[in-house]
Design a binder for this molecule. Structure first.
Ligand SMILES: Cc1ncc(COP(=O)(O)O)c(C=O)c1O
Length: 384
């Protein structure tokens, strides 16, 4: 079943499964908002979890050497990135690590540089800690969202700037930074002595034939000034199991991060650890099938949009389409799509009210239904 794309066609009823995605809206709305997928996780994860549950004793726990070795091998296999077990910090989620890193490595009043628009927790991590937020806009260049490097350099050069929060691949917009782009970012980080926190949670969701380059792997200096954050949760659809990890090669940074974490951040859930080991160790075939399926859903959207006033820059990665709806000149973007029967994420929450983010990590039939509903609404309001 795993290696067969049809496992992604299965329509699974999630309405009574404590799903955030499926309880936010009335039942007749297709929820295409928060970033989880409507797919079952691979059999290797379900089997590993079932075996552990059958054991029946669920006391205090820790990450096994096996999981750490699995992560080390995965980083080498997928990214040719050499890390060691000692550099891994286990976490119950990635968002808490963003907040923690801001608090651990900067002081009140310091400035943190964040690309915009961005997944909202980046901004919250800065603002909740009373740090200054310095936004650098993403702009469209040669059909890709890229950082405005001139504005980025100006931001880096400010005397209070302490840290860059990078999102690679970028959410929203799906930019997979090239090695050259990462090197340019690194040069400025080095010149102005800035720490880099690189959220790479979407790195295994690349839909084009382009490689993911971990920022920390760009060169030795980058290795020593970077906190890399990764997780199996987006790729293997296990966000509810609560597991992520940081890779921190620099022992001083790792110690500071671990001190900030001690007593405040709980150890990851046992089942999250089990799922991560199965995902990174045995999930490759399912992962390949997932990427083909998502690519086809992405292509369906890219073929559909030109027949409407809506626009999208080609999406290199993620299952989150970032769609320009400015041509509709709506008073309430979110309400328009809700009235159409589709629950999307409002672009204003990411920093651009002219956009929506639409999650296509669902069976093709559901995506096609959503597209039909949106088309019907566009016709009804004379946009088509
Ligand atoms: C860029 C990014 N970071 C972090 C997260 C969430 O991480 P976690 O659920 O591990 O806290 C998301 C979820 O959509 C995300 O898009």
């Amino acid at each position: 079943m795993d290696s067969n794309a049809s496992c992604f066609d299965k329509e699974i009823d999630r309405t009574n499964s404590n799903s955030d995605k499926w309880t936010k809206y009335p039942q007749d709305v297709i929820p295409l908002w928060v970033a989880d997928m409507d797919f079952e996780s691979p059999d290797c994860i379900k089997t590993a979890l079932n075996e552990r549950i059958e054991h029946g004793v669920f006391g205090y726990t820790h990450a096994s050497n096996e999981l750490e070795n699995t992560i080390v091998e995965y980083a080498k296999r997928r990214y040719d990135w050499s890390i060691s077990s000692a550099q891994i910090v286990h976490l119950p989620g990635l968002v808490c690590a963003l907040h923690l890193a801001v608090r651990a490595f900067s002081s009140e009043g310091d400035t943190i540089i964040v690309p915009s628009p961005i997944y909202p927790n980046f901004n919250k991590a800065v603002l909740h800690a009373n740090r200054e937020l310095s936004h650098v806009e993403m702009q469209i260049e040669d059909g890709r969202w890229v950082l405005d490097m001139q504005a980025f350099e100006i931001a880096c050069a400010q005397p209070n700037s302490k840290m860059i929060l990078l999102c690679n691949p970028h959410n929203p917009g799906g930019t997979v930074y090239t090695r050259a782009e990462l090197e340019a970012i690194h040069q400025l980080a080095q010149r102005y002595d800035l720490l880099v926190v690189s959220d790479e949670i979407h790195c295994d969701l690349i839909l084009d034939d382009v490689p993911h380059v971990p920022f920390a792997s760009v060169n030795e200096d980058a290795t020593n000034r970077t906190i890399t954050l990764m997780a199996p949760s987006k790729t293997f659809n296990v966000a509810g199991l609560g597991y992520a990890f940081a890779v921190i090669a620099n022992p001083a940074l790792r110690a500071t991060f671990n001190n900030a974490k001690a007593g405040l951040v709980p150890y990851p859930n046992l089942l999250g650890l089990i799922a991560a080991n199965a995902a990174f160790g045995e999930g490759q075939d399912w992962h390949e099938s997932l990427l083909s399926y998502l690519k086809e859903n992405r292509n369906i959207i890219e073929r559909w949009l030109p027949s409407t006033p809506l626009k999208m820059v080609h999406l290199e990665a993620t299952y989150l389409a970032w769609i320009d709806v400015s041509a509709l000149q709506l008073n309430s973007v979110h309400q328009f799509f809700l009235d159409a029967g589709v629950g999307i994420s409002d672009g204003k929450d990411f920093g651009n009210p002219n956009y929506i983010r639409l999650n296509f990590g669902c069976p093709k039939s559901r995506l096609e239904d959503a597209i039909k509903r949106i088309n019907d609404a566009l016709k009804k309001h004379n946009y088509l």
